[in-house]
Design a protein around this ligand. Sequence first.
Ligand code: SF4
Length: 148
Amino acid sequence: MNGIEQFLLKGNVPRTLHRDKPDHSYLKPAAECKPIVYPKPDGKLTFDRLSSVFISNTNHEEHQPSHLTLRDASVPVQVNLAKYAGPEARYCPAGVYEFVPADTPEGQRLQINAQNCVHCKTCDIKDPTQNIVWITPEGGGGPNYTNM
Ligand code: SF4
């Protein structure tokens, strides 16, 4: 479609292609999907998540309120983990969301490492229940890609 738009029609497309439903509504339950086995990062072209966060020079002032909160703290474990295998622990490129052992009936809780957030906004868009609230952090904190 991009080739037709750019090369054939020279950008003069008579109508805009769009989807009728928000992106998060397309997420399938884990039971309907096959796990994908990704190759390990090679440290040359591909990197692990924490190395990538380090390169981004992400910094948020200490002791500020978290810019990532949950509307309902029970949803990540009871819905996202149970039905979707915890997508927030997978799609976040900075490893902000972690399911950790907890003294709860489910035995787990969602830990939010907001200081690592690189502001990609994937969680705001992709969370299947739209339970994650992303607000701008205080003090202009966030990633700082010095070579870009
Ligand atoms: S915006 Fe959300 S998905 Fe992106 S890095 Fe921050 S917490 Fe992770």
